[in-house]
Write a protein that binds this ligand. Structure first.
Ligand code: ADP
Length: 407
């Protein structure tokens, strides 16, 4: 308890951009997030006075940090499950708890659990030797998808295997390194969607509109809210699916359910039990942001309204440039703010590296096609990104940024 304010203290393990944006929401609720970070120049450590330095893999550091907090939550899912269980045994309030979080930590555990609940997942198998993969591919068809069960993010830890030869080349090496693996069918999908919901210990649930997530090289580059052309019935099915998963697994906080849309319906790809990239649009685009909602949920406060604030909202990620850019970030931002007065820019205070998520831009409007074109242009401009997907920021004079470089 914070004796000055009389409010409980939330501790977040991990000091990345999710903790940074949670701190922004915490301020309005009278909170100051306590953050366990690994260095003082991490995204969230830069913006909160209550930083503890320590590794999320070190039980002593976790315990000392948790003892100063009323509730412990996370900006990533990499805390070892046995440490979380030890904290619970000690009496720490861990939200989401380890038995729920396990399903966001381990893709194989998650696939088994959802399949046992009769929920739609791709056909999959555990891998303990290369023949497991060859057998699976021969039965279900090549190419198939090999995944690290733990530790992957942004597509690292996902490999497309074209046939038995590529399996024989890759799988033994990964097994030798001790990577726990699963193999699954390559889903013939129309597109990727996400249903983001929140659940409180009281059992209250809330869901935002289902979004479309657009990926490039395994990284989410755009989020369109609501998912264009998704009829109301199917959107409700996706929301109900996500709320059911939240309830069945006992999730507390935000749950993002990444979905593949196929001709036959939805298939669950991945679960995240924390604020998620597919929910960044809610900061300006919804009545309650995912960051505030996560705090409300872990504090067991009533959840906030989730209605969108505009018919079309688009979030586009700003990625680090491939080589040292000719024009400074400062100058680019200056041009952007002059040209796009309604753009909501978020930088994470991160050093730029090629392809790294360093920020995002959100735009709201009436027509998805227009909003999307502008958001993409804005984010590509800040990403110094003529290099992305052949997209040329200089096209479209009505929406383009006048750089003075070309006319
Ligand atoms: P990560 O945890 O690293 O984000 P994901 O499991 O979400 O990895 O996979 C990353 C991307 O790879 C997905 O967004 C999707 O584009 C593609 N992918 C993953 N699994 C499959 C699959 N079974 N079939 C087709 N594409 C897949």
């Amino acid at each position: 308890m914070d004796t000055r304010t009389g409010l409980p203290i939330v501790g977040m393990v991990g000091g990345g951009q999710l903790a940074r944006m949670t701190q922004q929401a915490a301020i309005a609720l009278g909170q100051s997030l306590h953050v366990l970070a690994t260095s003082m120049d991490e995204s969230a450590a830069l913006v909160t006075p209550n930083v503890t330095l320590g590794a999320h893999t070190d039980l002593d550091a976790l315990t000392a940090f948790a003892d100063g907090c009323d509730v412990l939550t996370f900006d990533h899912e990499h805390v070892p499950t046995e440490h979380l269980r030890a904290l619970v045994e000690r009496g720490v309030v861990v939200r989401p708890g380890p038995e729920a979080l396990l399903h966001a930590q381990d893709k194989l555990v998650m696939r088994h659990k959802l399949a046992s609940l009769g929920l739609p997942v791709p056909p999959f198998a555990a891998v303990s030797e290369v023949d497991d993969v060859v057998k699976f591919g021969d039965e279900h068809g090549w190419p198939c998808v090999l995944k690290a069960a733990r530790g992957g993010y942004d597509g690292r830890g996902v490999w497309m295997l074209n046939g038995p030869e590529s399996a024989r080349e890759l799988v033994p090496r990964l097994l030798e390194w001790g990577t726990p693996l699963l193999v699954e069918e390559r889903v013939a999908m129309r597109r990727e969607l996400a249903a983001v919901v929140a659940r409180s210990p009281f059992g209250q649930g809330g869901c935002w509109p289902v979004v479309e997530t657009v990926q490039s090289n395994g990284i989410c580059v755009e989020v369109l809210a609501p998912a264009p052309g998704l009829d109301a019935g199917r959107a409700e099915d996706a929301q109900a699916l996500a709320l059911r998963i939240a309830a069945e697994l006992g999730v507390v906080g935000v749950l993002a359910v990444e979905l593949f849309e196929t001709a036959a319906g939805f298939v669950v790809n991945e679960l995240a039990m924390r604020p998620h990239n597919s929910g960044h649009w809610t900061i300006e685009g919804a009545e309650t942001s995912q960051f505030e909602q996560h705090l409300r949920a872990v504090l067991d406060y009533p959840l906030g309204a989730t209605e969108p604030r505009a018919p079309a909202v688009v979030m586009a990620n700003v990625l680090g440039a491939p080589q040292p850019p000719a024009m400074s970030t400062d100058e680019r931002l200056h041009h952007l703010l002059a040209r796009y007065r309604d753009a909501h820019v978020h930088y994470y205070g991160k050093q730029e590296r090629p392809g790294r998520k360093i920020g995002h831009v959100t735009l709201l409007g009436l027509r998805m096609a227009d909003v999307r074109a502008r958001a993409k242009l804005a984010a590509h401009w800040l990403s110094h990104a003529e290099w992305l997907d052949g997209y040329d920021i200089h096209t479209g004079t009505s929406t383009g940024i006048n750089t003075g470089e070309r006319t």
